[in-house]
Design a protein. Sequence first.
Lengths: 101, 101, 101, 101
Amino acid sequence: MHTIIDFTLIPIGTGVSVSPYIAACQRVLDEAGLTYQLHPNGTGVEGEWDAVFAAVKRCHEVVHEMGSPRVHTCVQIGTRTDRSQSMAEKASSVTRRLAEG
Amino acid sequence: MHTIIDFTLIPIGTGVSVSPYIAACQRVLDEAGLTYQLHPNGTGVEGEWDAVFAAVKRCHEVVHEMGSPRVHTCVQIGTRTDRSQSMAEKASSVTRRLAEG
Amino acid sequence: MHTIIDFTLIPIGTGVSVSPYIAACQRVLDEAGLTYQLHPNGTGVEGEWDAVFAAVKRCHEVVHEMGSPRVHTCVQIGTRTDRSQSMAEKASSVTRRLAEG
Amino acid sequence: MHTIIDFTLIPIGTGVSVSPYIAACQRVLDEAGLTYQLHPNGTGVEGEWDAVFAAVKRCHEVVHEMGSPRVHTCVQIGTRTDRSQSMAEKASSVTRRLAEG
């Protein structure tokens, strides 16, 4: 099952800067070979369900290893069976609607 | 890695009633033998990471099999390494704070 | 417009214990006179849109005043125009489905 | 109070295509004069709390007017008191960390 997710990871019990942890998560996604897209408030990832959630789990492990005693992640998950769709197509379908007025 | 999650599943492209799909997800959680707790806006689940996310995946599959072409789930995930904590303890720690004023 | 929301507030840049902040948010909801329901991973609230979001804003202000430099909240919002529905009815409609098998 | 949010709106009880509703929400944000950024799985918005949430409320109203009997939105909200920060700065702080290795 293919999925597109969007996740925002928050370390709890560490300092006010979140960016080192987010950068570490990007490296996890790179190593996993997944297609992902960073945006200001989270990261979109697409791929097979098991590979995607193995990467999210690895992000939690890595952030704990960096010293964060608690990690909270908000994830939105989308799956569809009517047709295949990539993140790039999701964004362009809205852009096209806007162009059509 | 133990985790506590809270998820809200939404079938897209079906009717206005969501409850049959949520009831089907409860059965998935029962069959998985996971500890869970229904609340008006979602379901809390606790257990080992892999078992919990296998159940969430199974919920997506079951809701697709029931005829929903798209499924969207919002999940909040918590893990901690400083100590173990159950859902029951999370709720009672807030209640205790309130009682203390 | 009536709404049912469910929110999970996370202080960032403070200690590992979240419960004092959650307890403070409960007091905000009490003072606002809103119907709410605590669960292990968040709080459900129902009421008029403006009153509900004024309370969420007040929660952010209070948690900042308690010393948290950053506050992150994940909120799920539901509105419907086909009929009115309370949080109590949402939960019981799933329970009824389960009883029906 | 300044805030950066990220929201994903889902019409319930309509067809499988979500893009017309998302396009309508973009128009709401344009009319509100808010800074926003579309990504494949949602929309980031920044501005004063009251203006931002007035726009989210207006999105729910507009999607109901387009014929959706139920609307579900997942919103992540961030506020901070230690310093001001824009969406553009949030993204670039992670990019900078990655470049530093």
